[in-house]
Write a protein that binds this ligand. Structure first.
Ligand SMILES: *Cc1c(COP(=O)(O)O)cnc(C)c1O
Length: 377
């Protein structure tokens, strides 16, 4: 059996262990310390220097805190992109709110601004104005944030931007995660950089990020004893994980370049092939190409995405269907959904391919050898 080729695996830069060793040497083995501060500073600089950052234990924790900070409480409605990983939607349930799912558009595969407005109007007509909007930048491709923000502002609804997959992606140079009132990032093991597990909440509003840090460390009021006037959480990142993050930040720009080069290889080889399509960057959009994905029209291509997935699997190569939309998930199917079937088609025919920055050319050639057996030029 050939060795496994992963969809997306951790790729260390070299200095991660030095930061972790320093944490041990100085006994900063705690959910605070110099690496946490340093990692937050690195992330602030990366986002242009004005964005405030709270490093957290996960991206999911960031979304949960984000909803709490926006004042979302039990019984409220929250609009969420339907096509996404379940972690975008689960925190809505954590606070007892009701998710309202919105379909994608074809250009970026992310939340349709048109359907978003339709959903808001209909929810208001039903008697309840949504309390927050969660758009997602899938696979690194920025959602249509200018249009989404225009709709959100028209109805005065705050945006909580799920940029877990889009660290380093931008529109006209403005970073994903900085469009909404609050953004979140993820550093899970399969993301473009990793802290083994971790996340961040970011905002241009310093008071929001201060409050996030307060809530994330058990909401301890200023007092010599432990005193609490709010419900707290244990959501800070450990100083060890943040050390890994500092090492990873040194190579982030390179990782983006490498992921984009992997994607470009697929495009160069297969764009224009029968029944195969890719999602190009709209003008001004920059995707980190976290995952390389393609669409297969089985009627034209002569095979399905499942045929290709199983073909790759036979050679020990991991690939994965696009995210199954939340409105199709057993746990979420009872909630309101506004859509025209775009995300259902994407799920049916889309496949994510090996995309890691650590893929060798020999790995790529193995993937191509299988794909060439299916794809006709
Ligand atoms: C990974 C991911 C998350 C969750 O991040 P964790 O750090 O794994 O909790 C949220 N949303 C999306 C779209 C993701 O891909």
């Amino acid at each position: 059996m050939n060795p496994k080729i992963w969809l997306s695996s951790p790729h260390m830069g070299g200095n991660e262990q030095a930061f972790v060793k320093e944490a041990f040497d100085t006994n900063w083995v705690a959910p605070l310390g110099p690496n946490v501060n340093g990692f937050e500073q690195d992330l602030t600089l990366f986002h242009g220097g004005k964005t405030h950052v709270a490093a957290l234990s996960s991206g999911t924790a960031g979304l949960h805190l984000g909803l709490v900070l926006l004042g979302v409480v039990a019984g409220d409605e929250v609009i969420c992109q339907s096509m996404t990983f379940s972690a975008s939607a689960n925190p809505i349930a954590y606070v007892g709110a009701i998710p309202v799912f919105v379909d994608s558009e074809e250009d970026t595969w992310n939340m349709s601004p048109t359907l978003l407005e339709e959903a808001i109007k209909d929810r208001i007509a039903n008697g309840k104005k949504p309390k927050a909007i969660i758009p997602v930048h899938l696979y690194g491709m920025p959602a249509k944030m200018h249009e989404i923000m225009a709709v959100a502002n028209r109805y005065d609804i705050p945006v909580l931007e799920d940029a877990a997959e889009a660290l380093g992606s931008s529109i006209n140079g403005k970073m994903c995660g900085t469009f909404g009132r609050i953004g979140i990032l993820s550093f899970n093991g399969n993301k473009i950089i990793t802290t083994s597990g971790g996340g961040a909440l970011i905002s241009d509003d310093e008071s929001i990020v201060k409050e996030a840090r307060f809530l994330a460390t058990q909401a301890r009021d200023e007092a010599p004893h432990y005193q609490h006037s709010k419900i707290g959480y244990n959501y800070r990142i450990s100083n060890l994980c943040a050390g890994v993050g500092r090492g990873q930040m040194e190579v982030l720009a390179k990782r983006i370049e490498q992921r984009r080069a992997v994607y470009q290889q697929y495009v160069d080889r297969y764009s224009g092939a029968k029944g195969i399509s890719f999602v190009a960057e709209p003008a001004g959009y920059f995707s980190n190409r976290w995952l390389s994905a393609l669409m297969i029209d089985p009627a034209i291509a002569g095979f399905t995405r499942e045929d290709l997935r199983l073909g790759l699997e036979k050679d020990n190569i991991e690939s994965r269907p696009l995210w199954k939309p939340m409105h199709m998930q057993p746990i979420f199917s009872k909630y309101p959904y506004y859509g025209t079937g775009v995300s259902e088609r994407l799920f049916e025919n889309g496949l994510c391919l090996p995309s890691g920055s650590n893929l060798t050319q020999a790995d790529m050639n193995r993937v191509f050898a299988i794909m060439d057996m299916f794809i006709k030029k």
